[in-house]
Design a protein around this ligand. Structure first.
Ligand code: URA
Length: 210
């Protein structure tokens, strides 16, 4: 089940995630931590981007130097909580293009309902990083990946900050080909579909809307 999941074990990520979980953390600090963790996750998730070698000139000599190959990466923000992650990732991928998917969770069925979808052009030549801080039931992630697959990107990865085992199992059943990167896998979901021990409602904590 975990074959296509990578847990980012970096001590900085672990430390920042523990701070993020604390219930007394302010909105400002929560936002900053989401951004910092996302930056570190972006570094890990881009480890296998293809390179090409081109001739450049330093002040002293010509050389063949490695540069990222292909069209700009696309970060896809699963609204609204994905926004905080996109902001952090953009700090190390400043030229990335941004897509948006609007999904809300039906409180009765916990199923994902789409209300917005907009991606950049030329997706077949682009690598996609789809972001949502919480992989809980997996329903939104599954729906988002289904939608993004219709654009046939060159590659597709899903990045979250916390995942529940139930959500991961659900996700892998639908999309075994899509790797998931996460900062941690928590214990389980509660009866409302929240991750335990988790960090609460990521969107509310990010935007101060509780
Ligand atoms: N969404 C959240 O924001 N938190 C959870 O624990 C689960 C889903």
């Amino acid at each position: 089940m975990k074959a296509n999941v990578k847990v980012i074990e970096h001590p900085l990520v672990k430390h920042k995630l523990s701070l993020l979980r604390q219930k007394e953390r302010s909105t400002n600090s929560f936002r900053t931590l989401i951004s910092e963790i996302s930056m570190l996750l972006a570094y890990e998730v881009t480890h296998d981007l293809p390179l090409i070698y081109e001739e450049i000139e330093t002040p002293l000599a010509k050389m063949r130097a490695p540069l990222l190959e292909g069209k700009k990466i696309v970060l896809i923000n699963i609204l609204r909580a994905g926004s905080g992650m996109v902001e952090g990732m953009l700090r190390i991928l400043p030229s990335a293009r941004i897509g948006h998917i609007g999904l809300y969770r039906d409180p009765e069925t916990l199923g994902a309902v789409e209300y917005y979808f907009k991606l950049p052009g030329e997706m077949a030549d682009r690598d996609v990083i789809l972001v949502d801080p919480m992989l809980a039931t997996g329903n939104s992630a599954i729906a988002a990946v289904e939608r993004v697959k219709t654009a046939s990107p060159r590659s597709l990865k899903f990045v979250c900050i916390l995942a529940a085992p139930e959500g991961l199992a659900n996700f892998h059943e639908s999309h075994p080909d899509v790797p998931v990167y996460t900062a941690a896998i928590d214990e389980r979901l509660d009866e409302h579909g929240y991750i335990l021990p988790g960090l609460g409602d990521a969107g509310d904590r990010l935007f101060g809307t509780k």
